[in-house]
Each structure stands twice: as C-alpha cells, then as structure tokens.
Design a binder for this molecule. Structure first.
Ligand code: ADP
Ligand code: MG
Length: 319
C-alpha cells in the first residue's frame, strides 16, 4: 500500500476510498464540474466492482472460479477480457523466468492470513507439482483455456489490481479528466500532474507502520509496491506472507518490499510481485533490460537498492 506524501485539499479535488478486492480502492481527481466529476468517480468504482466479480477466486460464481473448477476436465471458453489478462500473465512468467506465476494458487489457496493458517510441509510438497504456468494452455482460435493437470489453479491476485487501475484511468481519461490518481492496494497510476507540480508518491517503510521510507516525484506513471507487510502473520519468528515463491511453494524471503514504476499499471503490478520473488540481484537485472521500467527494492536488512536508470541526479531521496 502506498501513502501519499502530500494532501489533496483543494475544494475542486474530489476523492473517495472504499474497501474492495480485499484491499482499498481509491480515486482522486481534479474536476471543473464537481457533479460530472462525482459521476466519473462512481463509474471507476463500478468498474472495479465488475472486474472483481470477474476475477475473484473468493466468489464461486466468478469466471475465474468456473475455470478453476473445470479447466482440467476440458477446454473452457473465456471472455475476451480475461483471456487477454491470462495471456499477459503467461508472457510475464516467461519474462521473469517463472517468478510470476498465476498457478502459485495451488499452494496459495491453503493460506488464510487472517486465520493464521498455512499449509503443512506435506501439502506444500504435493501441491508444488501443480505450480507451473506451462500447465496452462490458451488456444487463440477457440479462445479457450485448458489445464494440463488436475490440481492446477490460477489466481490473478498479482495482476488484477493493476488492471483495475488501468481501466479506471481509461474511464477518467475518456471523461475528460486530466489530473488524477487511481489506487488499488499497492498499485497506482497517476494521470497528469498535481496541477503544476509532480505527485509525490511515498514508498512505505516496510517495518514502521504509517511511515514513508522514500518519496518519489512522479507524473503520468504507474507505480506498484509489493510488500511482506500487506497480508501476513508471524509465527516462531518467521513471517508468512502472501507472495509465494513458485519454486518452493513458500513465501519468498530476502526482500521486504519491491516497487516498480513505468508506463502501465498491469505491468508494474506483475513486475513488483516478480522482483519481490526474484530478489535484489536477479530482480534488478531483469528491470535493467526493460527500458521503460525502474525499480526500488528494500531488502530484509532494510537496505535500499535502485535500478540503473535511477542513479541520476534526479534521484528520489532516502529519508
Ligand atoms: P498487493 O496485493 O499487496 O498489491 P502484489 O501485487 O505483490 O501485492 O500481489 C500479491 C498477490 O499476488 C498475492 O496476494 C497473490 O494473490 C498473488 N501472488 C502471490 N505470489 C505470486 C506469484 N509468485 N506469482 C503471481 N502472483 C502471485
Ligand atoms: Mg503485484
């Protein structure tokens, strides 16, 4: 979750934050016509709700739940929208050498962070074989999905919030809004600037609740942070959190938070999860080959690492 280092207090700024998708979705926008602005704001929340109903594994009647129930038996027809996001997820799996993998949920489903529940070693070992994005087959011609094994499950939790943010920004733009922020959990996109100034986006201190570790001036960019403090419980000195290493089936360690920014929130969302899994070295090496994307990683010792493109005079400051 991001904190905004500066407040939006002007009367013409409209905003709201609502609990959705197991997190908070918020929209702030500048509007010359408050009534039209409020209607646009509402449209963004409606869109977030629609996407949640399509993609939530917690809803039995969602399209994704239907896929998880039946795609191992036979090919399932998928809506164009979901098909595209699954295809994008599989591309990012290739790019990240499997660090991003929507089949993580074969193990992930056995966690309940609120109830402090986690799978035992035996369950992890047996479900681990079901984690591999290559078990998921898409067929462009028939627009269907098929799982090649029983036990495979997919979950778009690492990319769906970025998609909500992108769709929200599309709605704002097509309604003539030029200055806005849309945030879903740890994923944000900034439209324009803060009327003459850049937005200051704070990256949370992973171990000090409510404190900002680094502020980054941004405009017209997407920014995503994945942290081990979003959904977790501690047990015997071990932190069990919601980002699963697909190679081990257990929460990825070594990193406290990974932030990625660049032009597209779907990509920054998936990449922040990926960099978290890959760790400082591999993660930043992967970011280095993507010209439009940069990253800031805070490791388990609290040390901050910046991707190459950030080592310029305009560096964000570490407080
Ligand atoms: P947040 O939900 O805080 O924005 P992320 O964007 O990093 O954080 O997403 C974490 C979510 O991604 C988890 O709750 C889970 O749904 C999903 N996930 C966990 N591990 C992986 C993984 N290795 N690959 C893809 N998705 C994952
Ligand atoms: Mg993510």
């Amino acid at each position: 979750m991001l904190l905004f280092a500066s407040c939006v207090a002007d009367a013409e700024w409209l905003g709201d934050a609502r609990p959705m998708m197991g997190t908070e979705v918020s929209v702030y926008l500048w509007s010359d016509d408050p009534e039209a602005g409020l209607a646009t704001l509402e449209a963004v929340f409606e869109e977030a709700d629609r996407i949640d109903h399509l993609m939530s594994t917690y809803k039995d009647d969602s399209e994704i739940s239907k896929i998880n129930r039946t795609a191992a038996e036979s090919a399932v027809e998928v809506s164009h929208e979901l098909y595209r996001l699954i295809a994008r997820s599989l591309e990012i799996s290739v790019l990240t050498q499997g660090a991003f993998d929507i089949t993580y949920d074969s193990v992930g489903q056995h966690y309940d962070f609120r109830e402090r529940q986690r799978p035992d070693d035996e369950t992890v070992m047996s479900e681990l074989e079901n984690i591999d994005y290559r078990h998921v087959k898409l067929d462009d011609m028939s627009a269907t999905i098929r799982f090649q094994r029983h036990g495979v499950r997919i979950n778009l939790g690492g990319i769906a919030k970025g998609y909500v943010v992108e769709r929200g920004i599309d709605i704002l733009r097509s309604n003539g809004i030029e200055h806005a922020i849309v945030t879903a959990g740890g994923d944000s996109r900034l439209l324009g600037d803060r009327r003459g100034r850049p937005w200051m986006v704070g990256i949370r201190d992973p171990r000090k609740d409510g404190e900002v570790a680094i502020s980054v001036p941004l405009q017209d960019e997407a920014i995503s942070t994945s942290g081990d403090y979003e959904r977790f419980f501690d047990e015997d000195g071990v932190r069990y959190h919601h980002i699963i290493h697909p190679g081990t089936g257990t929460p990825a360690d070594g990193v406290h938070s990974a932030t990625v920014f660049g032009p597209d929130a779907v990509t920054t969302d998936a990449l922040s999860t990926s960099v978290f899994v890959m760790g400082v070295d591999l993660g930043l090496r992967m970011i280095a080959v993507l010209p439009d994307y940069e990253s800031i990683v805070i490791d388990a010792e609290g040390q901050v690492f910046f991707s190459d493109g950030l080592e310029q005079p305009a560096d964000p400051t570490v407080e």
